[in-house]
Structures are given as structure tokens and as C-alpha cells.
Design a protein around this ligand. Structure first.
Ligand SMILES: Cc1cc2nc3c(=O)[nH]c(=O)nc-3n(C[C@H](O)[C@H](O)[C@H](O)COP(=O)(O)OP(=O)(O)OC[C@H]3O[C@@H](n4cnc5c(N)ncnc54)[C@H](O)[C@@H]3O)c2cc1C
Length: 325
């Protein structure tokens, strides 16, 4: 006799999967709730388009690390990074926009949709905005032996410590200014011969007595046993050691696209791409700034909102009003 029970359970499984797929079908997905992703969400909400906003970590992204933002219009005396994040989040609350704490692990390009796999589920979206920002470049001698901090969000309560910061750019100096506020003693160790940060930040840092800058200094190794950084001075050609309590590395960042395989990246760059948009630091190379990221987020959302997309569907996304052509 034919075994119908297997066939039946197979069909039931397929039906459940289909139901699940329908339930998790969205118009737009946004990866990352930093400034770019938040701005995109606000713009989509204004247009009444359904979306999900995924964030693996803390909303606000890298902006949570900025000591003082002086170049975001609308704040004449500047604003602390965390306070600007608070304002962004207030706007999300006012607009009833929820951030889903889910890490996007993988994307698959299907015929008409993009499948998003997160650590909590699977979603199917027509459009995708990638606003995943950047990840830090790893310090070459980092073998996991000792905790090296690549941002300072976990150091907000640290005080009276000897901190070495490896790097000599905007991030290194910005971290130094933030950490020095709580009486930490900071040594910035830079292999270049002059700071490469913006003038206003350099002026601010040079007035803070807790901050010391060591140029021409290459950090060769970090010794856990003695809590020492082994340094090499390129001018004197001498090795020496510096004691520390905490190490921070700020030696550059690169695009965070770990969830996108070769096929997705190829599609993003192809002429046919009209479904996946990149916004903010993830795409901006050296132009990594909050205002550029928010502008990008709005622009990507507008590409999707662009009336033809919805006119083709012959109904307005929010009102379901039939459109007469
Ligand atoms: C110390 C410091 C000081 C700064 N000062 C200034 C300043 O004064 N002025 C200025 O304009 N800019 C400043 N910046 C730069 C500014 O913070 C960034 O340009 C801005 O945060 C970029 O926004 P973004 O949304 O593109 O990316 P990010 O802020 O990096 O946000 C990306 C978000 O995506 C999330 N994400 C990544 N991968 C996944 C995944 N797989 N699943 C789910 N979520 C994911 C991340 O967790 C993150 O929250 C500073 C940066 C630093 C580090």
C-alpha cells in the first residue's frame, strides 16, 4: 500500500513553510540602525512603506563613540555623539519605528525577492538597504591573548587608568579626548611622524594634560604577562616598553559586508541592480561622516519610494487606494 502519511506530512511542511514565508514577507529591509539606517527608516515611514530595521548591536552605531560632533547642522554649539543618538532614537519612538535586535548573517538572491537570514529567523524582502557601516581593522599582533578595544563603548565608566591608544587619526584622538575626561592617562602611539586628525580635534587634545602623543612609534607587540606594549622608535631606532591597563586600537576601518557573499556583491555592482542599495559608511570610503550617512539613507529610501515602483503595483502602499493611470 502506498504510504500517504509521508506525502501528507511533506505537503503539510511545505504549506507551513509557505505560510511562514508569507508572514515574513516585507517590502524593504534595512540592515543597521546607525545614522544611515535610521534616516532611511524615517523616510520610508513618511512614505507609508512597510519595512524592518535590523540591528545586531546598539542603535546609533559608531556615533555612540564620538566625543563631540561639531559638523552636524542644527547644533550650533556641537553635540555629544551619544546625545545625538538619543535624538535619533527619540525620532524613531515618535514615529513608532521599532528596531529589531537581530544580526543579519546571510543574504540570498531569489528570482523576485531577497532572502535575509538572521540569528532569529528568515525574511523575504523586495528591496534591501544595506547600512551596516564599518568594522575595525585588526591590530596585527592581536592574537586574542589580551583584550584589545576597537571602540570605547564599553569604557564609558573607566577612570584613573593608563590607556594606550594605537593610531594617530581622528578616531584615536577622539577616543583620547573622551577617555581623558575621566582622569585616564592617555598615550597615543603613532607610527607616523605627525597627528593625522582634524585641526579642531588636535587643538582640543593638545590642551588636555592627560594626553601624550608619541610619534614615529611602532607598536610591535602587546605582552599580557607584564601588561606592556613593546614599542620601536623609528628615529632613535630603539626598542622600549610602556606599561598599560587598557589597550585601544584605532588603526582604520573597512566596510562591514560579512553577510554578503560573492554573488550578492556581484549583483550590487551590476547594471541590473534595482533592489539592493548601500547607504553610509559602508560605501563612503574616506567620506565617513554622520551627515553624509543620513543623507545617503534618505536618498536610498527615496530610490525605493520613487513613484513608478508603486504605480506599477497600481495601489498606494499605505492607503491601498487604486491609482487611475
Ligand atoms: C570616534 C569617532 C568620532 C566621530 N566623530 C564624528 C564627527 O564628529 N562628525 C561626523 O560627522 N562623524 C563622526 N564620526 C563618524 C560617524 O560616527 C559615522 O560616519 C556614522 O556613524 C556612520 O553611520 P552609518 O549608519 O553609515 O554606520 P554605523 O554608524 O557604523 O552603523 C552601522 C550599524 O549597522 C549595524 N550592523 C552591522 N552589521 C550588521 C548585521 N550583520 N546585522 C545587523 N546590524 C548590523 C552596526 O551594529 C551598526 O549599528 C565619528 C566616528 C568615530 C569612530
Amino acid at each position: 500500500m502506498k504510504n500517504y502519511s509521508n506525502e501528507l506530512s511533506y505537503l503539510l511542511k511545505q504549506k507551513t513553510l509557505l505560510k511562514q514565508k508569507k508572514k515574513n514577507k516585507i517590502t524593504v529591509a534595512i540592515i543597521g540602525a546607525g545614522p544611515a539606517g535610521i534616516a532611511a527608516a524615517v523616510q520610508l515611514k513618511r512614505a507609508g512603506i512597510g519595512f524592518l530595521l535590523f540591528e545586531k548591536n546598539k542603535p546609533g552605531g559608531l556615533l555612540n563613540n564620538a566625543s563631540y560632533v561639531e559638523n552636524y547642522p542644527g547644533f550650533p554649539s556641537g553635540i555629544k555623539g551619544v546625545d545625538l543618538v538619543k535624538k535619533f532614537l527619540e525620532q524613531l519612538v515618535n514615529l513608532h519605528i521599532k528596531v529589531r535586535t537581530e544580526k543579519v548573517r546571510n543574504l540570498s538572491l531569489l528570482k523576485k525577492e531577497i532572502r535575509i537570514s538572521t540569528d532569529k529567523g528568515e525574511y523575504y524582502t523586495s528591496y534591501l538597504i544595506i547600512a551596516s557601516g564599518t568594522k575595525p581593522k585588526k591590530f596585527p599582533a592581536d592574537n586574542g591573548d589580551i583584550k584589545i578595544h576597537y571602540d570605547i563603548t564599553s569604557l564609558t565608566k573607566t577612570h584613573n587608568k593608563n590607556i594606550i591608544i594605537i593610531g594617530g587619526g581622528d578616531a584615536a584622538f577622539d577616543y583620547a579626548v573622551s577617555l581623558a575626561e575621566r582622569n585616564n592617562k592617555i598615550k597615543i602611539l603613532h607610527r607616523g611622524n605627525y597627528p593625522v586628525c582634524i585641526a579642531s580635534l588636535l587643538r582640543k587634545a593638545s590642551k588636555i594634560k592627560e594626553i601624550h602623543y608619541f610619534g614615529n612609534t611602532e607598536v610591535i607587540d602587546i605582552k599580557k604577562s607584564t601588561s606592556e606594549a613593546l614599542c620601536f622608535n623609528k628615529i632613535s631606532q630603539k626598542h622600549y616598553s610602556l606599561k598599560f591597563d587598557i589597550v585601544v586600537a584605532a588603526i582604520g576601518r573597512e566596510s562591514e559586508l560579512g553577510f554578503a557573499d560573492k554573488m550578492i556583491k556581484k549583483y550590487i555592482e551590476s547594471e541590473n541592480n534595482n533592489r539592493i542599495f548601500l547607504a553610509g559608511d559602508v560605501i563612503n570610503g574616506k567620506y565617513r561622516q554622520v551627515s553624509i550617512s543620513t543623507g545617503d539613507g534618505i536618498k536610498c529610501a527615496m530610490e525605493i519610494i520613487d513613484p513608478p515602483v508603486f504605480v506599477r503595483q497600481r495601489k498606494h502602499p499605505e492607503t491601498k487606494l487604486k491609482i487611475q493611470l
